[in-house]
Design a protein around this ligand. Structure first.
Ligand code: UDP
Length: 283
């Protein structure tokens, strides 16, 4: 069963599941109490805008879904005696002063900046998960997801991969913010999904980083996408957003040792697959 209010998702993404006998969908907002009949074995709480322009456009909703929405889903897990998994984020590390980021780093987050609504909501969500684990013995998991991309991201998502791909396909300039020296480490969605499921089965209550440690600058990313798309697009620099993290790379030692997980899809292969999808939807 899946619940979504489509604040950033789209019903068309569920098309392949339509009519599947084991799949049920309900349009719902987890910020409101949710009632589910019958047994529930697992709850995977992924609800939230995750793109900076989208959470900037919906700051109160973003705060609510990380806090009240998480509390509601933990309450449901407790009532149903279900295992609960929280989709947390590398944003809990903020603009990190430790590199690469390990799970024991507490982060460098500005609570009152434009990213505060997302970063602090996810930090609060982690605190909620730990509180339900300690106070009520709920079987909880926390995954800290680093930048991930893949088919079915929105064209107007606003993050670097969808922007650069749509721009490269249309022959428009790629908008690199700042001088493009800031780094990210990009994971392909199928690797991420394997990691989430491995943590659901074999993880513990403490957070685990999931991401691909291969780090690139945003200028390199733009150049790779132009090349893969066979595009004639140029690069145009735009102002760097406030509090944009300068560097980000997961230390995945814990995922490797505890879960036996590591990414398998290399950067260019993954970007090629995502590009194929964008070619089918960008016009
Ligand atoms: N970025 C960029 N051009 C864009 C969109 C994003 O240069 O059109 C940069 C952004 O400033 C950041 C990086 O790409 O440094 C990754 O941004 P994204 O929004 O994908 O995710 P974030 O990791 O910041 O949440």
């Amino acid at each position: 069963m899946a619940l979504d209010n489509f604040i950033t998702g789209a019903p068309t993404n569920l098309r392949s599941l339509e009519g599947h006998p084991d799949f049920e969908f309900h349009e719902a907002n987890v910020n409101e109490p949710v009632e589910v009949e019958g047994d529930v074995r697992y709850i995977l709480h992924f609800a939230s805008p995750a793109s900076p322009p989208q959470y900037d456009a919906n700051p109160i909703h973003t705060l609510k879904v990380g806090t009240i929405g998480t509390m509601n889903m933990l309450g449901l897990a407790r009532a149903k005696d279900a295992r609960f998994l929280l989709a947390s984020t590398s944003e809990v590390y903020g603009d990190p002063l430790v590199h690469p980021q390990r799970e024991d780093y507490w982060g460098n987050v500005n609570p009152i900046g434009p990213r505060g609504c997302y970063d602090e909501a996810k930090r609060c969500a982690e605190a909620f998960a730990m509180a339900y684990y300690r106070a009520h013995g709920v079987d909880t998991r926390i995954v800290r997801i680093f930048n991930t991309h893949g088919p079915r991201m929105q064209v107007a998502d606003g993050r670097a991969v969808p922007n650069f791909m749509a721009q490269a396909i249309r022959g428009e300039p790629l908008t690199v913010y700042g001088d493009g020296s800031q780094t990210r480490s990009l994971c392909y969605v199928s690797d991420l999904v394997r990691g989430v499921l491995a943590n659901l089965e074999r993880g513990d209550e403490l957070p685990v980083n999931l991401g691909n440690p291969r780090e690139v600058t945003m200028l390199q990313l733009a150049e790779i996408i132009i090349r893969l798309a066979g595009s004639k697009s140029k690069i145009e620099h735009r102002p760097l957003p406030v509090d944009d993290p300068k560097q980000r790379q997961p230390d995945i030692t814990k995922a490797r040792t505890v879960l036996g997980w590591e990414p398998e899809v290399d950067l260019e292969d993954g970007l090629g697959r995502t590009l194929e999808y964008f070619r089918s939807v960008v016009n």
